[in-house]
Design a binder for this molecule. Sequence first.
Ligand SMILES: Cc1cc2nc3c(=O)[nH]c(=O)nc-3n(C[C@H](O)[C@H](O)[C@H](O)COP(=O)(O)O)c2cc1C
Length: 179
Amino acid sequence: MGLLLVSGSLRTGSTNTEALRAIAGARPSDVLYDGIGALPHFDPDLDVDPVPPAVAELRAAIATADGVLFCTPEYAGELPGSFKNLLDWTVGGGEIYEKPVGWINVAAEGRGAGAHAALRIVLGYVGARIVDDACAAIAVPRTAVDADTATRLVAVADALSRAGGARGTPPATAGGTGR
Ligand SMILES: Cc1cc2nc3c(=O)[nH]c(=O)nc-3n(C[C@H](O)[C@H](O)[C@H](O)COP(=O)(O)O)c2cc1C
């Protein structure tokens, strides 16, 4: 398959989700993940076989993707809690280990730096392969994704796809939840 596109916003009409939808429209192999709201609150006691169905679906989607492209708003200087919850569920599965990942910050210029610094830390912790060419700030108007902006968004996804490569085996520290 192509990329898994993950929005950090649950909001109907989300700018972040619309940006990813524009990418999916231009790149039919990409999949827009829509399960963030169905994930249970992360709890190590639930991270046992069989994991909750929504978690299994997330992990399978990551496992089969060539890469994962994130697009998230900033809430209170940080990642939205529901999105951090999704990221916490990636720790125990290990599917994201060495997976090419990138992100697009669609906030207005100068906004969102705290969220994206946090995202870099979390993705480093889980051992994802951060593709710097696929980490971009592209301000997207809240009204609509215009054609020029869509072209720039798709170029980031193309850069992430080009960076795809073989994965290694998760080290013991990257695959567990510390239990
Ligand atoms: C609870 C809350 C906290 C926010 N905190 C920040 C913030 O710290 N920095 C920022 O740049 N924007 C902040 N915003 C603005 C959002 O990032 C902005 O509304 C963004 O467009 C939401 O993304 P969405 O359209 O994809 O839902 C906040 C919004 C909400 C609702």
